[in-house]
Write a protein that binds this ligand. Structure first.
Ligand code: DX5
Ligand code: ZN
Length: 220
């Protein structure tokens, strides 16, 4: 594929006691976006951080901030993450996220932010299909969301393939992003199936050499 592969380090796995340094290091290492995982303790069984931290990250980098909302009632919080400096915002399609998906996507775009939609491994592709024409980014979760450091689920590659097929048929330029368990080997599998954005937490932040790791994830 001719598309350039983008790498989005997830700061969930960064050392928060040195966050400024971690962000500078991934930026210097060639990261394309900074992925911010927002967890509310309800939609997922973990709590991470909120708009105040995203606002801090905004001051530390000029890279686009890719905000992944693993929260209920995302529509209520969209304005706060817009104010915090998000460039793209991805919401979940599952009914448990308790929002009007189409409405939230329109709300995100109206705020001049790129609109992303995502689905859990257990969620069928059919749920996101009606929204494909209304998004800028489709995130395919390759782990059940909530925690970093889990193993990549190759059984989700059918969704990436289908999204890529839709993209080609419709001459669309949506980004197809994968998130969870991405490392040098699994990145290659995801790219082969049609992904062009790789989120990686553990693989990058636990590596000694961030530059080498990001290059390896891209496959060059
Ligand atoms: C999982 C998050 C991921 C996570 C990825 O709930 O959405 O972004 O940080 O971490 P790794 O790369 O360690 O699987
Ligand atoms: Zn994420």
């Amino acid at each position: 594929m001719s598309n350039r592969i983008l790498v989005a380090p997830s700061i969930l796995s960064a050392d928060f006691s040195r966050l400024a340094d971690e962000i500078r290091r991934v930026e210097e290492a060639g990261a394309d976006w900074i992925h911010c995982d927002i967890m509310d303790g309800h939609f997922v069984d973990n709590i991470s951080f909120g708009p105040a931290v995203v606002k801090t990250v905004r001051k530390l980098t000029t890279l686009p901030l890719d905000v992944h909302l693993m929260i209920k009632h995302a529509d209520h919080f969209v304005p706060r993450f817009v104010d915090a400096g998000a460039n793209s915002m991805t919401v979940h399609v599952e009914p448990e996220a308790e929002h009007d998906v189409g409405k939230t996507l329109r709300q995100i775009r109206a705020a001049h932010c790129r609109a992303g939609l995502t689905l859990n491994p257990a969620t069928p592709f059919q749920l996101i299909e009606p929204f494909l024409g209304q998004i800028d980014l489709l995130l395919v979760m390759t782990v059940h969301p909530g925690f970093g450091g889990q193993s990549f689920r190759a059984d989700q590659m059918g969704k990436v393939r289908r999204a890529h097929g839709w993209k080609t048929e419709n001459n669309s330029n949506i980004d197809i992003e994968v998130d969870g368990g991405i490392n040098r080997e699994t990145a290659r599998v995801a790219i082969e199936h049609g992904a062009n954005v790789l989120v990686a937490g553990t693989a990058i932040f636990k590596a000694r050499d961030y530059t080498a790791e990001i290059r390896a994830l891209r496959g060059k």
